[in-house]
Write a protein that binds this ligand. Structure first.
Ligand code: ZN
Ligand code: ZN
Length: 350
């Protein structure tokens, strides 16, 4: 559907508002609380963390909006057919499937878990505007095996999609594990099988330990809720396998600490897309090269590049992230078998 002028104006004001209000009003830390807790929300704690100025964000959002209406980009990421039958039968153990963007289906220890599930046409608060899906999900929603646990990294629309999580709650009734501050959002939307965790807190589910971990990012769904809900990365740990999921994060010193405390990991799924322009993205999204460094910091055997090729969120060429990741892997003399780029819908044993 083509937007009318009012709708376009609404989106423009929303995006400009988001650009301008990307933080809580005060960043006073709260006594007796961890350093990332502030009055009314949360913050990043790396000394070198910097958010761009409101003007820089304003300009970026206006440019994105203009480009999305005047010259929308098309891109079909390579894909393979996946009817979900082998996954439903539990034939691949443990398995990991890239549905697209940051959505992974992970099977380990008999537990089926989804990360940041997104099956919608758009990553947006409205159905008629905002970043449109470029490639269909690699696994039809109906073909999912029973989902036991869903982990959410943060509240941005490309990671927390209301339609998808409602549908999951209705059809699979999974346990949603979410960062602090997000449980109320789920409750408001009628979903109560939800537990919220702070960084470094963990929840065991049938022999798999889910650990909520630091990330360097931010949160926001409306004009008024900047950084009110925590953002996180996650680990899934069993006796057999150890997986790390980055969500969205800039490159920061927290990866080394996570690697020290929880490594080695068998597999690290790290975001490699949405890094241009750097003045906007550098502090909150890893580049493909930084994703490689991240997997080294985490002490991960395999790096899987995610968060690319599915939604048009930034200004790099849509096909660029995998090539840059693999070039960096070559340059650093890392075994090619340890660097995974999936086709959409692809499943691998890990
Ligand atoms: Zn985000
Ligand atoms: Zn994202």
């Amino acid at each position: 559907m083509r937007c009318n002028r009012h709708q376009a104006a609404f989106v423009l004001s929303l995006l400009l508002g988001l650009a301008a209000c990307g933080r809580v009003s005060t960043e006073q830390s709260v006594s007796d609380q961890p350093a990332h807790h502030v009055d009314g929300g949360f913050r990043n704690t790396s000394a070198d963390f910097q958010r761009p100025s409101s003007l820089t964000r304003w300009r970026f959002m206006a440019r994105r909006l203009w480009a999305s209406y005047t010259s929308p980009r098309a891109f079909e990421a390579p894909r393979v057919a996946n009817d979900g039958k082998a996954l439903q039968a539990g034939l691949i153990n443990p398995s990991i499937t890239w549905v697209g963007h940051a959505t992974l289906l992970v099977q380990m220890n008999g537990v089926n878990a989804l990360t940041d599930p997104q099956w919608s046409e758009r990553a947006s608060p409205v159905s008629w505007g905002g970043p449109r899906r470029l490639s269909a999900p690699g696994l039809a929603f109906e073909d999912l095996p029973p989902i036991h646990v869903v982990i959410i990294s943060h509240d941005h629309y490309d990671h927390l999609d209301l339609t998808t999580v409602k549908r999951l709650a209705d059809t699979h009734n999974p346990l949603f594990l979410v960062p602090l501050g997000m449980k109320a959002w789920f409750a408001k939307n009628g979903m109560n099988h939800v537990e919220e965790l702070d960084w470094w807190q963990e929840r065991e589910y049938r022999g798999v330990k889910f650990v909520c971990l630091p990330a360097q990012h931010f949160s926001q769904r409306t004009l008024w809720d900047g950084n009110e809900r925590l953002w996180a990365s996650w680990a899934m740990l069993s006796l057999e396998r150890r997986l790390y999921f980055s969500g969205d994060t800039g490159y920061f010193d927290g990866f080394k600490e996570i690697g020290r405390k929880l490594g080695p990991f068998d597999l690290a799924a790290v975001a490699i897309g949405a890094y241009v322009p750097p003045e906007i993205m550098k502090s909150v999204h890893t580049t493909p090269e930084e994703a490689v460094q991240t997997s080294i910091d985490l002490n991960a055997r395999i790096l899987l590049g995610i968060h690319w090729g599915t939604f048009d969120l930034a200004e790099e060429p849509l096909e660029e992230p995998p090539g840059r990741m693999l070039a960096e892997v070559r340059r650093r003399g890392i075994d090619r078998d340890q660097a995974w780029i999936f086709n959409i819908g692809e499943t691998r044993k890990w």
